[in-house]
Every structure is written in C-alpha cells, then in structure tokens.
Ligand binder design. Structure first.
Ligand code: PRP
Length: 183
C-alpha cells in the first residue's frame, strides 16, 4: 500500500532493482582490474539503502566505508554549504580507489566538494555514483561517473531519501504531496 503522504510512485521497487543491477554491472566491469582496490563510500544517511543493495550486486571484491555530510537544513532547499559531520579516517587512503555512493545529486555541491576533499586527503582515485540525478538543479558544474536515473525537479522521498527524517524506509521512490512540506 502507498503511504498516505505520497502523491505518486516515481520509481517502483521492481524498477529500482533493475536500475541498481545495471549500475552494479557497470561498476563491476570498470573495477575488475586486479590493481584496483574498490572502496564504496556511503554518504550517510540517504545512501544507506542504495549502497546496501548495490554492494550485494557487485561481482568484484569490495570494501566499504562511510562519511556523513550535511548540506540541507530541515526544509526542502539546499543551504549551499557542505559540512563534514563524520570524516573518512583510515591509514591506507593512498591505496584506496574510492567510489562515492550518493542517493541524489541536486546542486552538485556535495559531490564536487567531496571529490576534491578526498583527492586532497590522498586517496588513490575518486569516482562518483548516484542513484538519482536532478541535472536541472545544478548550481555548480558536476558530472557523476555512474547514474541510476535522471529525474525531474520533484520533491522525492523513500529508498533512503527523507523529508525531516521521515519516509527513508519506503521501498520505492515517491513524490511527496506538497501539503506535507508546506504545512
Ligand atoms: C542530500 C543527498 C546528497 C546531497 C545532494 O543529503 O544525500 O548528499 O543532499 O545535494 P547537492 O547536490 O545539492 O549537494 P542531505 O544533506 O539531505 O542528507 P541525508 O543524506 O542525511 O538525508
């Protein structure tokens, strides 16, 4: 049954599974080189669900790690500032081929910042992967290496994405009813 606050399902559970499989195949193909040491970097919290499903579908050895950044306030608009709340701390950064895993790219600021930040920190390589991409919302130029699907500029929740910390556990990506966030 669809949550009462959802206007409509944008991407169903079945569609998400196919999208994640396709992205996992692309990543597995690109990282099968034995010199590469793939470290999936989950950007908490929104990427948790995508990351969990993605890692299970990879056919190459993988390590995982997490960072937490915040760029949004409690509302629907980006504040434009990227803050590192939980840093990546490990002694072997220079041998890590980091693939940043995001649930969504909006302005592009988070991934543009994180890519530079990790390279400055000394990781061997950085690529980026996002489940959802809203290219119409870019404030800075940024092109991810792997994209699940491009979506229109709608307020979406579910499959890890929240509004005021709610709806992350929905198994689909849905468009939130405007009255929920304009109350
Ligand atoms: C979201 C998303 C990205 C960022 C994308 O995180 O997970 O990290 O915003 O926006 P940008 O392209 O405009 O930078 P959010 O700050 O909502 O945190 P959350 O993942 O904990 O929900």
């Amino acid at each position: 049954m669809i949550n009462k606050d959802i206007a409509r399902v944008l991407i169903s559970e079945e569609e998400l599974s196919k999208i994640v499989s396709r992205v996992a195949d692309e990543i597995s193909r690109d990282y099968r080189d034995e010199d590469k040491r793939l470290v999936l970097l989950c950007i908490l919290k929104g990427s948790i669900v995508f990351m969990g499903d993605l890692m299970k579908k990879l056919t190459v050895p993988v390590e995982i790690d997490c960072m937490r950044v915040s760029s949004y306030g409690s509302g629907t608009e980006s504040s434009g500032q990227v803050n590192i709340v939980l840093d990546l701390i490990r002694p072997d950064l220079d041998s890590c081929d980091v693939l940043i895993v995001e649930d969504i790219i909006d302005s592009g600021r988070t991934l543009a910042y994180l890519t530079k930040y990790l390279l400055n920190k000394g990781v061997k390589s950085v690529r980026t992967c996002t489940l959802l991409d809203k290219p119409s919302r870019r404030a800075v130029e940024f092109t991810p290496d792997y994209v699940g699907v491009e979506i229109p500029d709608e307020f979406v929740v579910g499959y890890g994405l929240d509004y005021a910390e709610r709806y992350r556990a929905l198994p689909y990506v849905g468009i939130l009813k405007p009255e929920v966030y304009s109350e």
